[in-house]
Design a protein around this ligand. Structure first.
Ligand SMILES: C[S@@+](CC[C@H](N)C(=O)[O-])C[C@H]1O[C@@H](n2cnc3c(N)ncnc32)[C@H](O)[C@@H]1O
Length: 260
């Protein structure tokens, strides 16, 4: 049992919460004292991760239909955005993508908005549960239902998942956005990134993941980095596409006929 996270619920959602607690091996709490560092809450019709303590920031949850998501939908419609070019969307070609570091699904949602089929792989069962909830709500919304029908979710370690894929299931593009300790980018807001870092701890698996991804992707691997960060694991990319705070390092795995 993870002692740093417990599950709570608003009245009416207790049954759902108890079921999730059992599935994730977490404690279900019907009282708040003493609270662990994180509460996974069924509240306001969604699943959200709330830090506890006096100065705790607001909750983190997956949202594709409302708020900042509308901006990301417009981004996703822009076929020449840095992310679209990096992922290999060109002319009528829509790459089949695995997002190997799904997180809160924000980049995957932009790729799905572009028209790509995206498999989101996430190894944290807690983040996976947040994604599952966000996708369920987005599927019910007229603005996002069609977009999220192209997104599927896998709970797994991406390196293991990629190694297990038979050749026909290998994607054109593998997208990686490993946690970066001092990133200045805005892909996830400060609050969301800090919460994820606190919950998940330090992650050193990025270089190994890149190695396996380069052996698996049909056309390319894309690694998102803060603009001035070194290459992941010192592995030099074939080319880079820069956005104001972010850089996409592109590793070609097939002849560069479709390079951006
Ligand atoms: C920086 S976040 C990704 C944010 C994401 N790009 C977004 O737009 O919301 C990194 C995520 O990758 C996940 N992750 C890291 N290494 C992984 C691995 N080897 N397999 C699966 N998920 C992994 C972490 O659990 C974390 O949720």
């Amino acid at each position: 049992m993870n002692p740093s996270v417990a599950i709570t619920a608003e009245p009416g959602c207790e049954h759902q919460a108890r079921r999730l607690a059992q599935r994730l091996g977490l404690e279900y709490m019907d009282h708040h004292d003493p609270a662990p560092p994180f509460l996974l809450q069924f509240a306001k019709g969604r699943l959200q991760l709330q830090q506890t303590g006096d100065k705790a920031p607001g909750p983190v949850y997956v949202e594709f239909a409302q708020g900042k998501a509308a901006h990301r939908r417009r981004q996703g419609e822009g076929r020449k955005t840095p992310l679209a070019r990096a992922a290999g969307r060109k002319g009528g070609f829509l790459p089949d993508v695995i997002d190997g570091t799904a997180g809160l699904g924000q980049d995957a949602f932009v790729l799905a908005t572009l028209g790509c089929r995206v498999r989101l792989v996430e190894r944290s069962p807690i983040i996976h549960a947040l994604l599952e909830d966000g996708l369920r709500r987005a599927a019910a919304s007229p603005q996002t239902g069609e977009i999220v029908s192209r997104m599927s979710l896998v709970l797994a370690d991406t390196a293991e998942y990629l190694r297990s894929l038979p050749a026909p299931a290998r994607p054109d593009t593998i997208y990686l956005d490993p946690m970066y300790p001092h990133r200045g980018g805005k892909a996830l807001s400060k609050k969301e990134m800090q919460a994820l870092q606190k919950l998940l701890g330090e992650d050193r698996s990025g270089p190994g993941l890149l190695h396996v991804a380069r052996q698996t992707a049909g056309k390319r691997v894309v690694v998102k980095r803060p603009r001035k960060a070194p290459f992941l694991g010192g592995q030099r990319a074939d080319f880079q596409i820069c956005a104001p705070n972010t850089r996409f390092d592109v590793y070609l795995t097939a002849p560069p006929a479709d390079s951006a």
